[in-house]
Design a protein around this ligand. Structure first.
Ligand SMILES: NC(=O)c1ccc[n+]([C@@H]2O[C@H](COP(=O)([O-])OP(=O)(O)OC[C@H]3O[C@@H](n4cnc5c(N)ncnc54)[C@H](OP(=O)(O)O)[C@@H]3O)[C@@H](O)[C@H]2O)c1
Length: 352
């Protein structure tokens, strides 16, 4: 009888490269200094996975949390207790399928894909079939590489959770970030009047994404209640619930996506839990969610991208060896929109 791993390795016979590849490796939780470019063994795929020849990979907050092992809740959630469970970081990916596991039915060798992998800061990355979609032909690898995690979070927050309808007034807090840059564009595509909140130096970006109004959080109290919103999508700033409620209509909805700086143990998740506890007793709807990483959501996002209604807001570009700098820049607040790691330098990587 053939075992899963034997089957997977048999399927990998199509793979041309040597037994090793270049990858970023992390042996202990910690800052970006713990990330080392290294030659390592080619990854093996499980039966429900494909092997992606990585063209480009995305940088997002989740990668930073998994690198640091913080908040500690991340470790309890199964990502490793004293060191990362997956030594190669990187989640968002775009590239070409070069091997398929025995139970994979949606992809074939040669397909161009994007989505969420296990270790995308490498020349090759395994990814579950259920977390990948076909890359639209008119979307470049770099555009696709930064889209999945932030894009599906914005999409689910606005549609599945908030049930946004045309004509609504929406406030996106964190509009210059990964989730926010997608949320501004998606809310516009869904027919909303959109206000984006970001730092002053990134307001031009927020406007360029189609926001009707852009507010600098450092100079304006955007939650003073002078304008009331139907929906607040909160992806930055850790504002207390009482302040967020002040800017929400009586029948408005608050969707908390997340926010940084909430403490080493829980990361400030208490705010989300309080929102859910309070919500049944008031007229406003206060809610939070953890995005579902499934291909159906990535495919929905792909449709928006293929139609040109949503584009990845790529800020900085880095080479594979520069992953530590990319993550340090994100931590320092220097990233704007999404940063991309160009693992292979080829023409198809770039935006058309
Ligand atoms: N629930 C989920 O499933 C889910 C999924 C993805 C991400 N998240 C979480 O959601 C949060 C946002 O993710 P992201 O990838 O968009 O992060 P990001 O790219 O780092 O963006 C953060 C955003 O917050 C803004 N911001 C920073 N300080 C602020 C302040 N004091 N007031 C208002 N806005 C402020 C930033 O603006 P400037 O850069 O202009 O300063 C930026 O627009 C993170 O905490 C992440 O962990 C949750």
């Amino acid at each position: 009888m053939t075992t899963t791993s034997e089957q997977a390795s048999a399927d990998m016979s199509e793979v041309p490269p040597s037994n090793t590849m270049r990858a970023i490796v992390q042996r202990a939780f910690g800052s970006a200094d713990t990330l080392q470019p290294t030659d390592i063994e080619m990854p093996r795929i499980e039966a429900d996975e494909v092997l992606v020849e990585v063209q480009a990979a995305g940088v997002d907050r989740g990668v930073w949390h998994l690198m640091m092992g913080m908040p500690y809740l991340v470790r309890l959630a199964g990502f490793g207790f004293t060191k990362p469970k997956t030594p190669t970081p990187g989640l968002d990916v775009a590239g070409r399928v070069v091997a398929v596991g025995s139970s994979v039915s949606r992809f074939e060798i040669g397909d161009d894909v994007f989505g969420i992998a296990r270790g995308s800061y490498a020349e090759y990355a395994p990814a579950k079939e259920s977390k990948l979609a076909h890359k639209p032909a008119n979307v470049s690898f770099e555009q696709a590489a930064v889209a999945a995690i932030s894009g599906i979070t914005a999409l689910q927050g606005l549609t599945d959770v908030a049930k946004l309808e045309p004509g609504r007034r929406v406030l996106v807090i964190g509009a210059s970030g990964g989730v926010g840059t997608f949320a501004v564009q998606l809310a516009k595509a869904l027919g909303a009047d959109v206000t984006g909140v970001a730092s002053g130096r990134k307001l031009e970006l927020v406007r360029s994404l189609g926001a009707d109004h852009a507010i600098d959080y450092a100079t304006t109290d955007y939650l003073d209640g002078a304008i009331k919103y139907d929906l607040i999508l909160d992806a930055g700033g850790l504002n207390p619930l009482r302040r967020l409620r002040k800017a929400l209509k009586n029948d408005g909805t608050l969707v908390i996506v997340g926010g940084e700086g909430g403490g080493r143990i829980t990361g400030g998740i208490g705010r989300q839990l309080r929102a859910v506890l309070v919500s049944p007793f008031i007229s406003q709807r206060l809610t939070m969610f953890i995005s579902t990483e499934s291909h159906t959501h990535i495919e929905r996002l792909a449709e928006y991208m293929a139609s040109g209604r949503v584009t990845s807001a790529i800020g900085r570009r880095y080479r594979l060896e520069e992953v530590p700098a990319a993550i340090a820049d994100l931590e320092a607040g220097n990233a704007s929109g999404k940063s991309v790691i160009l693992v292979r330098e080829s023409e198809g990587n770039h935006a058309k």
